[in-house]
Design a protein around this ligand. Sequence first.
Ligand code: PLP
Length: 489
Amino acid sequence: LTGQQFINAATNAVQEIERYYSTIDERPVLPSISPGYLQKLLPSHAPQDGEPWQDIANDIEAKIMPGMTHWQHPKYMAFFAASSTYPGILGEMWSAALTAPAFNWICSPIVTELETVVLDWLAQILALPKAFMSSGQGGGVIQGSASEAIVTCMIAARERFVRRQLEREGITDEDESEDRASEIRSKLVALGSEQSHSSTKKGAVIAGTRYRSIATARKDDYALTGTGLRARLEELTTKGLQPYYLTITLGTTNTCAVDDFASIAEVAKDYPDLWIHCDAAWAGAALVLPEYQHLSTQLSFVDSFDINMHKWLLTNFDASCLYVQKRKDLTDALSITPAYLKNQFTDSGLVTDYRDWQIPLGRRFRALKVWFVLRTWGVSGLQQHIQHHINLGNLFADLVRSRDDIFTMFTPPAYALTVFTVNARRKQPVLREHTTVDGAGPRPDQDSHVAIIPATDDKHVAAANEATKAVYNIIDERKEFFLTSTVID
Ligand code: PLP
């Protein structure tokens, strides 16, 4: 494309994108194609000669849209919010235009410097403890995903544990250190609660260590507690294993549980070698609101904290913001500097080379879209956005509650998430055997032929599970709404 052709194509694309968003509710939220549809529509080889741009642009509607699940659709209520906003899109556009895989500061100083500034801004907006800001020994870095942030921290935690152990044992010889390090690593165990996101278990696979989960209970709304954590740590150390890493969660995937930070912090005092990571991938966005910031201020005991701005904070994928209290923990584990990566600025120690805070070398200019979003929305705009979603969540939860003849709330609504089951229905003969949630005895349905059996009674959980699954399947088949189902306990 020439410059003028680019102007025409890009102008047209921007108009099409605006049209897409302003009419998105006219499309079905879910695609109705079958797996492998695209293979039949596209040639099996790349074109030998270049094609006119207009032919390619036409294929957006013809070939791409039929295979899209529209995450910004008003009837999309599955998984989690994946923000897209015009400032975020513009940030992506400029990032692509200024492509600069700035692994070192010198590769494009602005890519590093803007990232440091906007992550310090975000830390303040979320009221994180000051130790997570770049002015001290900590700082933030943008990663591709919460899973990537977890693996990065787990590797840093593993190597920190090994380093400390070698120091305790007074081993300095290089070969001896390597041999002993592998022995130490073979005893390490990473931990998460039963409700931690699967990325913690996957992280342990990548880090090459054991993984153990810690039980949670419905009575605690599935939050990890200090008591449960201590019992598991004692059990593991008695067996000769070394717990080195723990994920705690602010907003679990299943029910948006928030782990009991205060009691976990007490246990952490007795395990100074345990790296604690707070995964706030989705619900961390609520920390923009003062009424949730009592949670942020409790986080002084964690080594690292991560929030996905690309989930609920108006920033297009990807922008997972990872904070550490001690950036040296990351660089000690991940900094390997061959001659071609050395330069006077790195050697001076005056600059940040983010390659040493992450697994890949190259990196995108993601700070731009974060900067655009924070500036166009402002703190008050972010707060209004989150409050609005929480209000909608509460409205939905109230609607569910108002039909307790059909639904049972499974856990209290949290943030903007409502988790509910569908009550089982039985034919008339069982009418007298069961009571309803309010204890008022069997409640007949409109036609008086069925009794409603809420899932609060263990005996009826299986029946309610079946009913919930059946209703979910009907919704899934109709494709009018997209919801997520899960299995707990
Ligand atoms: N942590 C939590 C609590 C999540 O809910 C999710 C995704 O749903 C993740 C981590 C994984 O996020 P990512 O896709 O950024 O790796």
